[in-house]
Design a protein. Structure first.
Length: 190
């Protein structure tokens, strides 16, 4: 199955980016794609969630349970700031990377992404993503998405944010990691 892609930036802009941010909803495959891109491009890879948990010496679930989502969102911002200073990087962001401490679009995170990274929005058909999320057990290391909002409501809220932050968009529906990476490297000329 061919991927549905949209090229947003010019090739000149794309080739000038040495930092790549993978954005998109939880469960879409950002970590797997990021690790595969690292191997293909030979650029350092970092998971924001892993970086935050190493620095905090605890899980995201424990951070959120003890200090709340607003505190975690501030940790995300600080991590994004630190990583924006690096020369080369593939950054696997968390699904809520563009959310601020009030649950709204974070303008400061959006600005950091747009000014410092070539952002690749990975997405898949909603029904497929929802089925995938039901199969994955995140309970050991990730908290519930947030409050009483349904996954579909959170997804609907975040989609326009991802689209505002992205340089390219890649539909991962029905694609394995290798095919997704080939599609990314093809449209982004990486």
């Amino acid at each position: 199955m061919d991927a549905v892609t949209e090229q947003i930036s010019t090739m000149d802009q794309q080739s000038s980016h040495k930092k790549i941010a993978l954005i998109g909803f939880r469960g879409v495959g950002k970590s797997s794609v990021g690790l595969s891109l690292r191997n293909k491009l030979r650029i350092p890879y970092l998971s924001m969630d892993d970086s935050i948990t190493r620095k905090a010496r605890t899980t995201i679930q424990e951070i959120v349970e003890e200090k709340g989502w607003p505190y975690f969102r501030e940790l995300e911002f600080k991590c994004l700031q630190r990583q924006s200073l690096r020369q080369k990087l593939i950054l696997d962001t968390g699904g809520g990377v563009l959310e601020d401490s009030n649950g709204d679009l974070s303008q400061k995170k959006l600005k950091l992404l747009k000014n410092n990274f070539f952002s690749i929005y990975l997405y898949m058909d909603d029904e497929l993503l929802l089925r995938r999320l039901q199969k994955i057990d995140y309970s050991h290391h990730r908290p519930a998405l947030s409050g009483s909002a349904s996954v579909q409501e959170i997804l609907s809220k975040r989609k326009p944010w991802y689209e505002e932050a992205m340089d390219i968009k890649v539909n991962c529906s029905g694609m394995n990691v290798a095919t997704t990476v080939r599609e990314i490297t093809r449209i982004a000329s990486l």
